[in-house]
Write a protein that binds this ligand. Structure first.
Ligand code: C5P
Length: 227
């Protein structure tokens, strides 16, 4: 068991990003948002004018992309070709194409290797690291000291994404978001390489009835009992 690593997986809209980042800040830990890395490669694919369904071209763009990812929970910062793309990777174009890009095996190989390096570097510092994604407990760090799988009902997840979109200045439409959440879940769970699934030894936390503070309280308890 790798002490100091908290792996948080689950589908979108479970509040995963918000709680992972806050948990890391409260623990004095580093924070790794692996979804932002898949989003940044997707942005590079779109900028290159490559069809996200063209696996060969997508892999070529991924190999050439100069991607840097920070691990500070207060300002993670993802960069493509030296420029910050934090806002752009959350936009609808990237969100619409990211599941296709992240299903390409070579993209996953490259990013998993980069993620493991970032995690090893973070573990040189005291405080540990909170890592969030879809395959952290199953593939990236199968020996993580604590693995949590966050779930929530589809309705709750669509509602959260819509609120998050409008609070960040993007157009929020509940019905479209509901459809998008379900579409991405199906793609992420159905892909051949590293599909979204709960690791056998991950603890499941249903966040449907909990607010952010409630989820954080549960997570702190789990960290304490698994430290
Ligand atoms: O978490 P977030 O919504 O930013 O993730 C965006 C997409 O990146 C997911 O829908 C999934 O396709 C992909 N992803 C992945 N593996 C991870 C993290 C994200 O395939 N570890």
């Amino acid at each position: 068991r790798l002490r100091g690593v908290v792996a948080l997986d689950g589908p979108s809209g479970t509040g995963k990003s918000t709680v992972s980042r806050r948990l890391a800040a409260e623990l004095g830990a580093a924070y790794l948002d692996t979804g932002a890395m898949y989003r940044a490669v997707t942005l590079a694919v779109l900028r290159a004018g490559v069809d996200p369904a063209d696996a060969v071209e997508v892999a070529r763009v991924a190999r050439a992309a100069r991607l840097t990812m920070g691990t500070d929970p207060l300002a993670p910062g993802v960069r493509l070709d030296e420029l910050g793309v934090e806002q752009e990777v959350r936009g609808p174009e990237v969100t619409g194409a990211v599941s296709a890009v992240s299903a390409v095996p070579e993209v996953r190989e490259l990013l998993v290797a980069a993620q493991r390096e970032l995690i090893s570097a973070a573990l040189q510092e005291p405080g540990g690291v909170v890592v969030e994604g879809r395959d952290i407990g199953t593939v990236v760090v199968p020996d993580a000291g604590l693995k949590v799988y966050l779930t929530a009902s589809a309705d709750a997840r669509a509602l959260r994404r819509t609120k998050q979109d409008s609070s960040e200045g993007r157009e929020g439409d509940l019905r479209a978001t509901h459809a998008d959440v379900q579409r991405r879940d199906a793609l992420d769970s159905g892909r051949k390489v590293a599909p979204l699934r709960r690791a056998d030894d991950a603890l499941e936390l249903d966040t449907t009835e909990l607010d952010v503070a409630g989820v954080l309280e549960q997570l702190h308890k789990l960290v304490e009992s698994h430290a």
